[in-house]
Design a protein around this ligand. Structure first.
Ligand SMILES: *Cc1c(COP(=O)(O)O)cnc(C)c1O
Length: 378
């Protein structure tokens, strides 16, 4: 059961039963639970019965007793051993977490199912989100299911297919000149004016909660251990923050021990704020001036959770790697051709990072490595 929200920056506690955005200090808020009570009700050895979607973890999600979760069947995605890419690289235990299977074709469905569920439960009447595509499509789909209007702001350069998909779910789509940052600024003005609740990455507490279920699913798939390495194509970082949170929660519930995977953030060379900050030892990241990449989900020049990502990468003994456009395109094509997963370019970046990680000794041939196939090609 959720007990309160805590600021990830200053530690201040906030009411979880009111709609909340950032802490007054500017830090993202994270949900806290009564984990002892959750561990009594949610037994890891009794998970088999019931649902397959992410709401099977409802004791550690922001859903109250008696509430019916908002669901399109998100989560519960397959973890499949690599058929060809792993063997070709000499990685015996590489596997892919196939997030393309989610409703709307990307793992954004996880975060937005939970965030829209909670926003509606706490009284939101209208939603708003800035997006490079996938988050906007997912938000529109869940807003439609929830019966709430949704404003979606996309930079004018995003693929037209994403705008069309969001419109098909009834969203009001606005194309804003500039980058994701400009779309975010536009939304925050508009949200204020129209009393719409802002679902921007880490500016509300619950997208992280949806994304953290990837961590629960991995632990279950590995028999209540964790893999050695997680390779994560990184934009706003909700998945990194969410999975790390899930590991801590599972340890507190006595489900896993203290060992953590090395977390590896992969970004595109011309939009790699987290990689640059990791390399320079910074506690936060410098915004990228002229960000470029075809991998839309990675086109995040400044992330509000930068300091959290950097803490996690360092605490885990992981790293951050940038890959070029040709390499990530080739990576995506290989996942599609050799593994049969219709991967988007973002996932291609993860595969493209593997050779350098092996060369640097950051990944060894025996490691259990999980590459996230974060979304499908559009
Ligand atoms: C949003 C997105 C990412 C980045 O995810 P974060 O958790 O925000 O870092 C990666 N891949 C795809 C396909 C995405 O849509």
């Amino acid at each position: 059961m959720i007990t309160h929200l805590a600021c990830s920056r200053c530690g201040a506690e906030h009411d979880a039963r009111r709609l909340q955005s950032l802490c007054p200090c500017g830090g993202p808020l994270l949900a806290r639970y009564d984990l002892l009570a959750a561990a009594r009700r949610l037994r890891r050895d009794r998970l088999e019965d019931g649902r397959r979607d992410l709401w099977r973890w409802r004791e550690v999600l922001p859903v109250e007793d008696g509430e019916e979760p908002l669901s399109l069947g998100e989560g519960g995605t397959p973890l499949t051993p690599s058929r060809a890419i792993g063997p070709a690289l000499g990685l015996a235990r590489l596997s892919f977490k196939d997030e393309t299977r989610n409703p709307t074709g990307s793992f954004k469905a996880r975060g937005l199912a939970v965030a829209v569920h909670r926003a509606r439960a706490l009284g939101a009447r209208k939603l708003a989100i800035p997006t490079m595509g996938n988050a906007g499509v997912a938000a529109s789909a869940y807003a439609e299911l929830a019966g709430l209007p949704c404003i979606v702001a996309m930079p004018d350069g995003v693929p037209p297919a994403a705008a069309a998909a969001a419109r098909a779910h009834g969203a009001q789509v606005e194309l804003v000149p500039g980058t994701l940052g400009d779309a975010g600024a536009w939304i925050r003005q508009r949200a204020l004016a129209e009393k719409a609740f802002d679902l921007s990455t880490l500016r509300e507490p619950y997208r992280v909660e949806g994304k953290k279920t990837m961590g629960y699913e991995l632990a279950e798939a590995f028999g209540w251990e964790l893999p050695d390495v997680i390779v994560y194509p990184t934009g706003g970082g909700t998945g990194l923050v969410g999975m790390w949170k899930a590991f801590d929660e599972m340890e507190a519930m006595g489900w896993i021990g203290p060992t953590r995977p090395r977390m590896v953030a992969v970004q595109a060379e011309e939009c790699a704020p987290i990689v640059r900050a990791f390399e320079s030892g910074g506690a936060s990241a410098e915004p990228v001036k002229d960000p470029r990449t075809e991998a839309a989900g990675l086109l995040v020049p400044a992330a509000i959770g930068d300091f959290l990502m950097l803490q996690i990468l360092r605490a885990s003994g992981g790293t951050a790697v940038a890959v070029g456009e040709a390499a990530l395109r080739d990576g995506a094509a290989r996942i599609a051709r050799d593994e049969g997963i219709p991967a988007g370019l973002e996932a291609g970046a993860g595969v493209a990072a593997l050779p350098a990680l092996l060369t640097a000794g950051l990944v060894t041939p025996d490691d259990r490595v999980v590459c996230f196939v974060t979304g499908a090609a559009r």
